[in-house]
Ligand binder design. Structure first.
Ligand code: TXA
Ligand code: MG
Length: 319
């Protein structure tokens, strides 16, 4: 895999236009990009990631003309939110146009669109002159990639190139908002843009969608295990419960807790920006178990808690 520097973006754009897959940084996590109007290139993303064929991809745009290339009948809510929150970590689901290859949306009539807040991503998309579909740049089911090194760990010989950027400033994937029923917007995946912010801008309440309400989840990705390292992850509400577990195998156990936690043993301070790096480091350092103390700071961070619950074997209802 070629590593392309920020001054050689034209080389990355050329590879994308030749039908290759190129990873690139965004403010949330690295993405695994392909040109949206090239179904064969998109197929390579699914193969490289081992991604199930029914899990659709997000389209990344650098301007509003590109939105018009792929979406139709955009609701007023789309423009209100885009005006205030783009470029940024908000993906909006809208009705796609028929010219978008069905492999991009895994056969669904909708498409998720976002304008990333990262200069290299925006410049790369602009140079390719069409939206780039990009899932997170990790092997399916594994922790997402927030540094160039993470992308190299997962994709060394599996994709053509990666654009070298700094580590991602947000560190968790975008908020996904379903606007296909604009009178009833729903958050399908929490992110750093909160329900509160969206509700204030729209002037109405927004639901958080829970997949167990229906048998087939609205967002196909919800039914798969996500973000998980090889080490097992368990979540605890109290220091006592966590310490009891830690004592059974201290040398192979890593503890993650918020910066405010007071624990009698060494632990790592967990926040949005370092979650995926710490999960990956735990595997590299041979830990078999990760215990997370979910105090009020972590419980209050809806996006971080969502990723922890999905990466662990903990039932959603418990947390
Ligand atoms: O921050 C992000 O969103 C990152 C960066 C690279 O932009 N991308 C990302 O993509 O997290 P991915 O593929 O790892 O997660 C996208 C999620 C999946 O769970 C997928 O099922 C859901 O979005 N999704 C995408 N298009 C959809 C659609 N049309 N309908 C329902 N769910 C959709
Ligand atoms: Mg992902």
């Amino acid at each position: 895999m070629r590593i392309i520097s920020s001054t050689e973006l034209d080389a990355a754009a050329a590879l994308l236009l030749e039908g290759e897959v190129v990873a690139f940084p965004t403010e949330t996590v690295y993405g695994l990009g392909a040109a949206i109007f090239d179904p064969e290139a998109i197929a390579k993303i699914y193969t490289a990631k081992n991604r199930p064929a029914d899990n659709p991809l997000i389209a990344h745009v650098s301007d509003f003309c590109q939105v018009d290339q792929i979406a139709s009948s955009l609701p007023r809510e789309f423009f209100t939110l885009a005006e205030h929150l783009w470029p940024g970590p908000l993906t909006m689901l809208v009705t796609k146009t028929p010219n978008v290859p069905s492999i991009a949306s895994a056969g669904l009539p909708t498409i998720g669109i976002r304008m990333p807040n990262h200069p290299l991503a925006l410049e790369l998309i602009a140079q390719v002159r069409q939206p780039l579909v990009a899932p997170s740049a990790n092997l399916s089911g594994r922790p997402s990639a927030t540094t160039l090194e993470h992308v190299c760990q997962d994709f060394e010989d599996r994709i053509a190139a990666v654009v070298d950027g700094d580590s991602c400033s947000v560190g968790l994937e975008s908020t996904i908002l379903d606007l296909t029923h604009p009178a009833k917007p729903q958050i399908l995946r929490p992110g750093s843009i909160t329900r509160d912010e969206i509700e204030k801008l729209l002037g109405r309440s927004v639901e958080i969608y829970h997949p167990h309400q229906e048998e087939t989840p609205r967002s196909p990705g919800m039914k798969y295990r996500h973000y998980a390292p090889n080490a097992s992850i368990s979540l605890y509400r109290t220091t006592e419960e966590l310490m009891e577990q830690w004592e059974t195998a201290p040398h192979t156990t890593l503890i993650l807790a918020s910066a405010n936690a007071k624990l009698p043993v060494p632990h790592i301070c967990l926040h949005e920006q370092n979650l995926y790096a710490e999960l990956r480091a735990a595997d590299k350092n041979g830990y078999l178990r990760i215990l997370v103390l979910c105090d009020e700071h972590i419980l209050g961070n809806v996006a971080l808690l969502n990723r922890l619950v999905k990466a662990s074997s903990t039932m959603c209802d418990t947390f």
